[in-house]
Design a protein around this ligand. Structure first.
Ligand code: SF4
Length: 214
C-alpha cells in the first residue's frame, strides 16, 4: 500500500477508536465535540453558526445537538444584549464537570507515554494535515487568537490585549481561545494561501493599525 494511503487508513482506524470511546456518559461523539468547542471558543465564536462551521455538519444536526446538551443542563443559551436575534452559547458548571471525564483522556494517556520530541513531531504533522485538509474543503480553521493578524498585544485602553478587527478588548484567556474570525499571521504556522475568507466582510479600522502584534 502506498505510504499516503497507509497513513490515511491509520487515521481512519484511530478515528473509529476515538468515536467508539465517545459514546460515554449518555452522550454521542458530536455532543462531546460541541462541548469541547464551546469550552475552547472565544466569546465571538460561541454561536450555533460558528459551531456549525467548526463541525462541518448541517444546521439541523447542530440544532439537535444543542437541544440534547441543553436538555441535560450541559449548555445554556443567552440572548445578545444588543441584537435580540443573536444567542450566545456557554458550557454550564455541570458541563465543565462532565468535560473533566472527557473520553479523549484515554488517548491522551497513550500520547503522554511518547517522548516530548515525538509528541511535538506528531502534533506538528497532524496540525499541518488538518490545515491542508480543511483548505482542500474550503473550510475555516478556527485558529488561536494570539496567532491572528488582528491580535494587538498590550492595547493602550487598559485591557491586556485588543482585537483590531472586531474592535473589542481581549483578556489573557481570550488570547489562547479559538476564534471563528481568526486569520493566521503570515509566516506563522499558517501561510496566507490557507487563510480563511471568513474576515472578508470586515474592514480593519485604521485607527488601531498602529498597535503592536503580540
Ligand atoms: S484577534 Fe483575531 S482571533 Fe482574536 S478575536 Fe480578533 S479576529 Fe478573533
Amino acid at each position: 500500500m502506498p505510504e499516503p494511503m497507509k497513513i490515511a487508513a491509520l487515521l481512519e482506524r484511530l478515528g473509529r477508536l476515538l468515536a467508539t470511546d465517545a459514546f460515554a456518559n449518555g452522550l454521542q461523539p458530536v455532543h462531546w465535540e460541541a462541548l469541547r468547542y464551546l469550552e475552547r471558543a472565544n466569546r465571538f465564536s460561541k454561536t450555533s453558526a460558528a459551531l456549525t462551521a467548526y463541525l462541518g455538519i448541517t444546521k439541523g444536526t447542530v440544532s439537535q445537538t444543542l437541544k440534547a446538551l441543553e436538555s441535560r443542563g450541559l449548555v445554556r443559551r443567552r440572548q445578545d444584549r444588543k441584537d435580540k436575534r443573536r444567542f450566545h452559547l456557554g458550557v454550564t458548571a455541570k458541563g465543565r464537570r462532565l468535560l473533566a471525564a472527557d473520553p479523549l483522556a484515554k488517548t491522551r494517556e497513550v500520547i503522554s507515554a511518547l517522548s516530548a520530541g515525538e509528541q511535538r513531531a506528531l502534533g506538528d504533522s497532524l496540525e499541518t494535515l488538518l490545515r491542508l485538509r480543511l483548505a482542500e474543503d474550503g473550510r475555516q480553521r478556527f485558529g488561536m487568537c494570539r496567532d491572528c493578524v488582528y491580535f494587538a498585544a498590550r492595547h493602550a485602553d487598559g485591557s491586556p490585549h485588543f482585537c483590531r478587527l472586531l474592535r473589542e478588548p481581549l483578556t489573557g484567556d481570550d488570547a489562547s481561545a479559538i476564534c471563528v474570525e481568526q486569520q493566521p499571521k503570515p509566516g506563522a504556522a499558517d501561510d496566507d494561501e490557507y487563510a480563511s475568507p471568513a474576515c472578508s466582510r470586515h474592514e480593519i479600522d485604521p485607527a488601531y493599525a498602529e498597535f503592536s502584534d503580540g
